[in-house]
Design a protein around this ligand. Sequence first.
Ligand code: HEC
Length: 150
Amino acid sequence: MKYKILAAVVFVIIAIQFIPYGKNHSAPLVVSEPEWDSPRTKDLFTRACADCHSNETKWPWYSSIAPVSWLVQYDVEEGREHFNVSMWGVQKDNEGDEAKEKFEEGEMPPWFYVILHPEAKLSESETKEFSKGLLATFGEEDEEDENEDD
Ligand code: HEC
């Protein structure tokens, strides 16, 4: 009985590898970048954000293995769609002005990303530095704008 269950699990894991979704490890060209306030901000962005918010995604080995591959592809596609520093000024919907807030709230980078990418965990001083850099590079969403329709 135990072995039948094991065999079934192995079968399912192998079978899902044939699903095409998750295999699109695209690396589109870098079209245009924002004017980084300093190379340091760009470095920190590369460490903590660029895999999902640029066209320069590094695809780790496990991003080829379902079901992880599905989650990774989804995150990269969604992430680029909202905010992509490789399509700066080109892509219409580019929410850089929310970057500082999402980062400070701890919403970005997502916690599961940080577990798998220890380099994305910034020290206290790097966190302060990066907040300032994000603000200087992308500005901040205007609270008044947000409430205009109230
Ligand atoms: C593992 C992939 C991943 C990483 C790494 C990541 N993000 Fe995101 N980010 C997403 C996804 C997916 C979305 C869109 C859906 C959502 O809001 O959760 C998003 C959305 C955003 C948005 C748009 C506003 C919003 O919430 O929709 C901003 C701004 C943002 N991220 C900033 C950052 C910053 C700054 C970093 C680095 C400190 C970062 N992200 C790291 C996946 C990621």
